[in-house]
Design a protein around this ligand. Structure first.
Ligand code: PMT
Length: 401
């Protein structure tokens, strides 16, 4: 099983029942040609003996930061490794990493590492969904740590839900993908993304808009940039606190007409992927007024006329090589409507939002189901938008593998 020849990997094992799976993971990594050194936290040694890892890795396993050997090694290991992979990464280890704490050998090594770091979390579902864990994961992604999504299924507690360690075979694939040509098939791909709301003028001072902040779109942009994609963002007036990465070509727009014109212009120059994350107003005001409309005692009717449907229009001229990802925001019959948008707008993949108090518009978290034109459905657990973006990008990558 080739793919990782001569790669130097530090495998960090923290204290979860899933630590037994790291033994299988270690075997797979070694079989694939990697040279693996294992660091265990103290609590991990309660689940699996260091001797098991030492025997399979053919290296001593380091556990104690206080030992003289380990003390010297935490810097050395961070320099030696091409990748530090932490699997399982517990809520505790993730929290320490997100805050720069280094009270054990693993977190000290992480803090002095010069190489990329990947985490594969494992924990019970309530711990996974806890806002602090989601905040910490989001912080790690912002810090450039690569994140392997958790699985869904039966957990050690007997509960069923999100938080399972990804299967060792799949973690191996993430490692291989990381080392293969600039890590991602999205490297160098030209991506057009629409994001944010549109603003439809009524008169000199009034407009029609919606609650989109651009957070979901911005999270996708960060994930794309991290993979080396060339991104052009056709950007409605997004939340002022959102800072897009400097690498992105940002084209600000206001109305759906502006967004449509800019999108067509960029699209015609050639794109590999088009992502429609904007909440585009379906209607605009038929007769706008340059003056402020005066208040009277009468009712006021404003006639609306349809806006261009950007995704639909680009879907009509799409080549088979281009991948289109759309969103669907539905308050009822979500799956049926998403399916119909998938085919009507010629999407390859649609992300159906499940809007709620802390999902959909505005929130930092979201709940999304991915539906492919191949009928493959992925229910992504409620997570921060940055984490959701990682799931979406992973699915997009599969179109180019
Ligand atoms: O920005 P946030 O606050 O983070 O919120 C994120 C979001 C909820 C806005 C985002 O995740 C999202 O779902 N965006 C699309 C919302 C939407 O307009 O959905 P729709 O079901 O009305 O449209 C379907 C698809 O067609 C969308 O991809 C939309 O961008 C596209 N469309 C719609 C109308 C139109 N005139 N032109 C379009 O391109």
């Amino acid at each position: 099983m080739p793919g990782l020849e001569q790669k130097k990997i530090v495998l960090g094992v923290s204290g979860s029942i899933a630590a037994y799976k790291s033994v299988f993971l270690l075997r797979l990594l070694v079989k694939a040609g990697a040279d693996v050194k294992v660091i265990m936290t103290k609590s991990a040694t309660m689940f699996v003996s260091p001797l098991t890892f030492a025997t399979l890795s053919k290296h001593d396993v380091l556990t104690d930061i206080a030992s003289e050997e380990a003390w010297n090694n935490h810097v050395e290991l961070g320099l030696w490794a091409d990748l530090i992979l932490i699997a399982p990464a517990t809520a505790q280890t993730i929290a320490k990493m997100a805050n720069g704490l280094c009270d054990n050998l693993l977190t000290a090594t992480v803090l002095s590492a010069k190489c990329p770091i990947m985490v594969s979390p494992a924990m019970d579902l309530d711990m996974w969904h806890h806002p602090s864990t989601q905040r910490n994961i989001e912080q790690l992604i912002t810090d450039g740590v690569r994140f392997i999504p958790v699985g869904h299924g039966e957990l050690a507690s007997g509960l069923v839900g999100d938080g399972r360690l990804e299967e060792p075979e799949n973690i191996l694939e993430y490692c291989k993908a990381f080392f293969e040509g600039e890590n991602s098939p999205l490297a160098g791909k030209k991506v057009l993304i629409t994001l944010g709301p549109t603003v439809e003028k009524i008169d000199a001072v009034r407009y029609i808009s919606n609650h989109s902040t651009g957070k979901m779109g911005a999270a996708i942009i960060v994930a794309l940039i991290n993979r080396g994609a060339e991104v052009t963002a056709i950007c409605g007036p997004i939340d002022a606190n959102i800072i897009l990465p400097p690498e992105v070509n940002v084209l600000p727009v206001l109305s759906a007409d502006d967004m449509y014109a800019r999108s067509i212009e960029v699209y015609k120059k050639g794109v590999d992927i088009a992502i429609f994350a904007a909440a585009v107003a379906d209607y605009k005001v038929q007769n706008t007024s340059e003056q402020k409309i005066k208040k009277t005692d009468d009712n006021l009717s404003i006639e609306l006329t349809p806006n261009p449907d950007i995704a639909f229009e680009l879907g009509k001229i799409k080549s088979t090589k281009t991948i289109h990802l759309g969103f669907a925001l539905e308050t009822n019959d979500g799956m049926d409507n998403a399916k119909s948008k998938l085919s009507k707008k010629n999407f390859d993949l649609v992300a159906l939002n499940h809007p709620g108090a802390d999902t959909g518009f505005k929130a930092d978290t979201n709940k999304v189901t991915l539906l492919g034109k191949d009928s493959k459905v992925d229910d992504i657990p409620k997570s921060s938008k940055k984490v959701i973006a990682e799931y979406i990008i992973r699915r997009l990558e599969s179109f180019f593998q």
